[in-house]
Design a protein around this ligand. Structure first.
Ligand SMILES: Nc1ncnc2c1ncn2[C@@H]1O[C@H](COP(=O)(O)OP(=O)(O)OP(=O)(O)O)[C@@H](O)[C@H]1O
Length: 584
């Protein structure tokens, strides 16, 4: 509501004759920057991919329209589609290479192509080399030329408004959750079935297209383009705007753009008066202020505004949403997971040495052993996180070794993590809904146009059902970051259940839990088994395992030294020697 009131108030500004043209021009510049920064909020703030090359994509939009309108007389509105098509092709090619980079190689990659393309713009004869292209026509609507700041204002801000709405819609969707999941690490996201390389590429292209629209508008506002506004300096400035505003919220992009542009303007006016001479101190003070902001408020300054706004309403859960389809569980007692003579060697070290392990449907099976016995490695071989050196893994009668973790997840194997991997600033409900990624289909287009609501309601209703199933109903709308470790581990189980699995893989589910939390967890796992769920868990806590499981496999130095019921394992001398003996 406040957002729309602000939009109406903004729309009135250029109509007030007393508002100087200079201020309207500033608002135009803020709008142009905000388009790029909205993309950066999604790419960097939400998706965690830092780009120092966004201005380059503005360049593609600007040069495409500059060339076509001045050389070939094409209508500017048509060139918008050409600009988007050119940017799409370039962003797909650059993104394909760039988003596969990780750590600091990713921003370095964006710097590299940002610089290269900037020089390319300045070298190409057809683009007028460093002099650029002049004589670009203004935009026109119904024969009326938008050649002044006031008239073009509405076109710029219509695009900003559309970008805000589309991006907010996108974030509040299945794809939006997948984009947020990127911040939690590729491993976790892939385990829920997210194709992380594809999602990264989608975000990269989305941000590039917004920058291209900004460049296209810029060309028709300035009526001339040169390479300068599309260089690395401009890209860094856009990144500052995103970070200074706050990278977690779409509206913060507008706030950050306003902040940085007004700061630059203010410094240009105030500093010469204060310092009384013409030396160019603005960049120095500008840099110092930005460093101060980054130091003091790394989350961005939007949070100060956000605190003053009414809290957004809790997400609606439609109780009567049709349930998502549920896969049938295999007959109780049938062989669900089989590891046969699996082996994993890390260079010289054989971490898992020809181990056999099977899980029957409806059983809780534990994999135990002293530190370094090879439990986690075996677990990761089963879930596809590590490739096998030898042996086979079959799930529900089908060989799955060699398949990617997300394909294995799609078959009905869901996992939790030894070090919990939740998104702390997302609600428990949204975190759990992430587990249902593979049960939905809605992509970017249906999300931005809100055509995904029926599917989204079904996903949310299922997530709420799983949360109730594990007993976290009272925490459903809290931020996941506010939960205790025991609740976080249960949240991960709810998220795994949201995948509609046949088998749950739990990596040290009781690690770090207090006694009553362990009891609560054991009750939940028994309840799930009673409901027909099969569970394989890696665990250190013998008391927890003995009271809960149907079958135990013991590893030591990568070898299987025993397998049997808890009673058999308790009485096995090799186990007492290797495991219990060690702790005794
Ligand atoms: N990526 C790796 N590269 C090299 N060695 C590894 C790798 N992962 C595990 N190892 C080694 O393989 C052996 C088994 O490790 P693993 O983590 O599977 O044991 P674990 O039983 O899960 O131990 P813990 O209970 O301490 O987690 C250890 O000696 C470990 O150092």
């Amino acid at each position: 509501m406040i957002f729309w009131l602000a939009a109406v108030a903004l729309a009135v500004v250029p109509l007030i004759p007393a508002v100087p043209v200079y201020w309207v021009t500033l608002l135009d510049n803020i709008g142009l920057a905000a388009l790029v920064v909205i993309g950066l909020v999604l790419l960097t703030g939400v998706g965690g991919m830092t780009s120092f090359g966004q201005a380059t994509f503005c360049g593609f939009g600007a040069y495409a329209t500059a060339l076509l309108t001045t050389q070939y007389g094409v209508s500017p509105w048509l060139t918008l589609f050409v600009a988007l098509a050119v940017t799409l092709a370039v962003a797909l090619a650059l993104g394909f290479i760039t988003v596969r980079l990780s750590g600091h190689y990713l921003p370095l990659g964006t710097i590299a192509w940002g610089i290269a393309i900037y020089y390319l713009f300045g070298k190409l004869e057809i683009l007028g080399r460093n002099d650029g292209i002049t004589g670009i026509p203004p935009l026109s609507v119904a024969g009326y030329q938008l050649s002044d700041s006031r008239s073009v204002f509405y076109v710029i801000w219509a695009f900003v408004l559309a970008a805000c709405v589309a991006t907010s819609n996108l974030l509040d969707s299945r794809m939006g959750r997948a984009i947020r999941a990127l911040r939690g690490g590729t491993r976790a996201a892939e385990a829920f079935g997210v194709d992380t390389a594809r999602v990264k590429l989608i975000v990269f292209v989305y941000a590039a297209l917004l920058a291209s629209v900004s460049g296209w508008l810029y060309a028709h506002v300035q009526r001339a383009v040169t390479p300068t506004p599309f260089g690395i300096n401009a890209s860094i400035e856009y990144l500052f705007m995103a970070v200074a505003g706050g990278t977690g919220h779409v509206v913060a992009a507008i706030f950050g753009s306003t902040l940085v542009i007004l700061l630059k303007e203010a410094l240009q006016r105030i500093l010469p008066v204060l310092l009384g001479h013409t030396a160019n101190w603005e960049p120095v003070v500008f840099g110092a202020v930005l460093v101060l902001i980054l130091q003091k408020w790394p989350g961005g300054l939007w949070m100060f505004v956000e605190r003053l706004l009414p809290q957004s309403l809790a997400p609606k859960i439609t109780a009567d949403a049709a349930p998502l389809p549920v896969r049938s569980l295999p007959a109780r007692g049938s062989n669900l997971l089989s590891l046969e003579r699996v082996r994993k060697a890390f260079q010289g070290l054989v971490a898992v040495n020809d181990v056999d392990l099977s899980v029957r449907s409806g059983d809780i099976v534990a994999l135990i052993g002293p530190n370094g016995a090879g439990k986690s490695t075996t677990f990761n071989l089963a879930s596809g996180l590590l490739p096998l050196t030898a042996g086979t893994v079959s799930f529900d009668g089908v060989r799955i070794d060699g398949e990617a973790p997300r394909r294995i997840a799609a078959r009905g194997m869901a996992r939790t993590f030894q070090h919990v991997k939740v998104l702390p600033d997302m609600s428990v409900l949204d975190n759990v809904a992430l587990g249902a990624h593979l049960r939905g289909k809605a992509g970017v287009l249906s999300a931005t146009f809100r055509l995904d609501r029926a599917e989204e309601a079904r996903i949310m209703a299922d997530a709420a059902r799983q949360i109730e199933r594990v007993g976290l109903k009272d925490q459903m709308l809290l931020q996941a970051g506010s939960l205790a470790l025991g609740q976080l581990r249960i949240l991960e189980i709810a998220r795994a259940l949201c995948l509609d699995p046949q088998l749950l893989l739990l990596d040290e589910p009781a690690a770090g839990l207090r006694h009553f939390e362990k009891q609560q967890l054991a009750r939940l796992l028994s309840q799930l088994r009673d409901e027909g769920m099969s569970i394989l868990l890696v665990e250190h806590d013998m008391g927890f395992v003995m009271g809960l499981t149907d079958h135990i496999v013991v590893l030591d130095f990568g070898m299987r030294i025993a397998a049997g019921s808890p009673e058999e394992i308790r009485a096995n001398p090799a186990v007492i020697e290797a495991y219990l003996g060690a702790s005794a």
